[in-house]
Design a protein. Structure first.
Length: 58
């Protein structure tokens, strides 16, 4: 269940500045995810196995 204060959802108590900040953070986070996904598949030849970006820690 979502958090509430009385009858109102917590998000309704946020100010404009805080909402804008959260929005910008979410947009930036999504841009990073997309950049990683694009870099992962860039310049791959068809039929070749995907390259491993991160090695498992030993």
């Amino acid at each position: 269940m979502t958090k509430k204060i009385g009858n109102k959802h917590i998000a309704q108590h946020r100010g404009k500045k805080e909402r804008a900040e959260i929005y910008k953070t979410n947009v930036a986070r999504e841009a990073v995810k997309q950049a990683i996904a694009r870099a992962k598949y860039r310049n791959l030849q068809k039929g070749q196995p995907n390259m491993v970006l991160a090695q498992p820690a030993v």
